[in-house]
Design a protein around this ligand. Sequence first.
Ligand code: ZN
Length: 135
Amino acid sequence: MKEIIGQTQTDRRGLGSTTAKWWSKTEGKEKRDMVIDEIRNKEDSARVPKAVQQPQQGQWIKWDNAMQISLTWNDIWHMASLRISFLIRSVYDLLPSNANLVRWGKKDDPTCPLCQGRQTTKHVLSSCKVALSQG
Ligand SMILES: [Zn+2]
């Protein structure tokens, strides 16, 4: 279908700044990779709108500036179980931050004891200015 339409520009780069791979001119592994990329893009385009509708499970879509780590199944298999638990609970915002404790009815005040801001998981892990300045 893309070969029929031709090359289109989807971002702010100028025309001709990207080179398109055409299905008819590729072979073997490159053709397989094109199929995998196309299916991956299709799955992502279906997954993101669903995640937007789920405020807790869809937390990962707000992490635009998060550092990406390449984790393999082998890495995960050799991790300590508590570390895996922390990783999953931090991605889905299920750690006991003050904001979550308020949401769960365990506490009344969501403020951070260091900076008096709202203590969310993101605040604790990456944006509390007092904690960051104290190292
Ligand atoms: Zn703070």
